[in-house]
Write a protein that binds this ligand. Structure first.
Ligand SMILES: Nc1nc2c(c(=O)[nH]1)N[C@H]1C(S)=C(S)[C@@H](COP(=O)(O)O)O[C@H]1N2
Ligand SMILES: [Mo]
Length: 343
């Protein structure tokens, strides 16, 4: 197994970083009106900046526990079956602070090839358990620095299907901000796992020791009776979450009927979204559209204004199909609360 320098990219394509510092883009939550977020509105998080890569000089190196290591060109990837997946993407938030929900969420149709098909073709060892994925971007982010962006994805998630090596976003080639020429897209997992500008995959029987994998985006384990803590919990599957798109935060609402709607999502799909107009004392069920693959799910509630005339806020709380419910506060998926008043 090639893990002499497990944190280092064994190879990176020639690139320039422009910008060469943290780049973020987001639109306000009340602008998330389209079911499929247009590419220009899809949020961007690039810790170190944006690598500009010449696709002719780019390769995907695949190595580790597999029979036939490979250096794939884009043409070689084109020989696998093209697949489309509509999926929400939700940023896990602050790498080392699990108590804040930064509410960056979008929904797009990604196209590429299923990583399961590629790994089957290259003869991945059934004794392996993780795939380490490298982006070649490097530099510093807050107080951290790294010479690559590395994540690890459980092989079991890849075996379940629809983990894409994605080349297209909403029918267009990937924009540079979103990972051109190729990105990993792990539907259902927090955005941090979907490595952009993908240049290397390594099949392994253990987790990657890279800082972006095992130190950042790992939440502290539960406190134990002996004073210690359980193992840290990697930020993988996205728990239930929701945003209120309308009314907008601090809106002045007019009319006899109030229409509240928004978006909700969870790795396991959303079963229920409740709204509270009295700071969480009472909850009213919204209608939730059925799950469609890994797409986000719209919720709607139309309610007589007289029932909520004294409300000064609205809180949304989602529950997933496994019964997990959003915490009200202090979590990567803490409930969304907006302020409202009535005209
Ligand atoms: N190579 C690389 N991949 C990356 C990142 C990064 O900084 N570098 N940021 C991650 C994080 S934290 C998120 S939330 C998603 C955001 O994807 P988007 O910018 O396409 O919305 O990309 C992930 N993949
Ligand atoms: Mo993120």
């Amino acid at each position: 197994m090639n893990d002499r320098n497990p944190g280092e990219p064994s190879w990176r394509p020639p690139l320039t970083m422009a910008p060469d510092a943290t780049f973020r883009h987001r639109v306000p939550i009340h602008a998330l009106v389209d079911p499929i977020t247009p590419n220009a509105d899809h949020f961007v998080l690039a810790h170190f900046g944006i690598p500009r890569i010449d696709p002719a000089a780019w390769r995907l190196h695949v190595d580790g526990m597999l029979a036939r290591p490979a250096r794939l060109t884009l043409d070689a990837l084109g020989r696998y079956t093209r697949r489309e997946v509509e999926a929400f993407l939700k940023c896990a938030g602050i790498p080392d602070d699990p108590t804040v929900n930064t509410r960056n969420a979008s929904n797009a149709v990604w196209a590429g090839v299923d990583l399961r098909e590629v790994l089957d073709d290259l003869g991945a060892d059934p004794a392996a358990a993780y795939v380490w994925a490298w982006g070649p971007d490097h530099g510093s982010y807050a107080d951290w620095s790294a010479d690559a962006y590395v994540k690890d994805v459980p092989l079991a998630r890849i075996a379940a299907g629809d983990v894409l090596l994605a080349r297209e976003m909403n029918g267009a080639p990937l924009p540079p901000e979103h990972g051109f020429p190729l990105r990993l897209l792990v539907p259902g997992f927090y955005g941090t796992n979907s490595v952009k500008w993908l240049c290397r995959l390594h099949v392994a029987d253990r987790r990657s020791p890279a800082i972006t994998t095992t130190r950042l985006y790992n939440d502290p384990g539960e406190p134990r009776a002996d004073g210690g803590r359980a193992e840290p919990v990697p930020v993988w599957e996205a728990p239930p979450d929701a945003v209120i798109v309308a009314p907008a935060d601090r809106a002045v609402v007019a009319g006899d009927r109030v229409h509240v709607w928004g978006r909700s999502w969870a790795a396991r799909g959303i079963a229920r979204v409740e709204l509270s107009f009295d700071e969480g004392a009472d909850w009213i069920d919204a209608e939730v559209e059925p799950r469609r693959g890994y797409a986000w799910q719209r919720f709607d509630l139309r309610i007589a204004r007289e029932r909520i005339a004294h409300a000064t806020s609205i809180i949304a709380r989602a529950t997933d199909l496994a019964g997990e419910r959003q915490p009200l506060e202090r979590a990567r998926n803490a409930c969304h609360r907006i302020a409202v008043s009535f005209a």
